[in-house]
Design a protein around this ligand. Sequence first.
Ligand SMILES: Cc1cc2nc3c(=O)[nH]c(=O)nc-3n(C[C@H](O)[C@H](O)[C@H](O)COP(=O)(O)OP(=O)(O)OC[C@H]3O[C@@H](n4cnc5c(N)ncnc54)[C@H](O)[C@@H]3O)c2cc1C
Length: 133
Amino acid sequence: MPRAERRPATRADAPNVIVIGAGIGGMATGCYAQMSGMRSRIFEKHVLPGGCCTAWSRKGYLFDYCIDWLIGTAPGNDANRVWRELGALDGKTITNFDLFNRVVDEHGRSVTFYNDPDRLERQLLEISPADAP
Ligand SMILES: Cc1cc2nc3c(=O)[nH]c(=O)nc-3n(C[C@H](O)[C@H](O)[C@H](O)COP(=O)(O)OP(=O)(O)OC[C@H]3O[C@@H](n4cnc5c(N)ncnc54)[C@H](O)[C@@H]3O)c2cc1C
């Protein structure tokens, strides 16, 4: 069933919620208010919603300003539950990589930020055993 149809009908005397700002936080708040049977209205000072999470096209280029990776995608994670409840992950495929990023200095030495904390710890200790304590 489409998400909107699962939403309880808003009663005429339902509380009104006013949200300032249509970033992810404000839009999520507005959705949760309506999912809880309230009326919500979101006021945004910019011409578009999205806040920091935005992208735009200009002269054939796409300026994708946000979300290279999404925090809280792992099942069982609180943020995952919120994304699921909001329908933000509907129809999306989540890809989990072994590493978050790799930083290389001017001498070619690198440090890799693995998602597995034990692997990350082992590597950091190889680079700097003195930091073990
Ligand atoms: C370059 C960049 C890359 C990022 N990459 C990632 C990523 O890969 N993964 C990830 O999980 N997160 C990423 N983030 C972080 C993520 O984008 C933010 O945490 C998230 O978008 C913040 O949402 P928000 O609703 O809290 O705030 P905001 O997005 O800041 O939204 C606030 C909104 O309120 C509006 N507003 C402010 N004051 C008023 C007012 N007085 N009246 C009306 N409207 C008002 C603003 O215009 C804005 O639209 C990135 C952020 C940036 C900048």
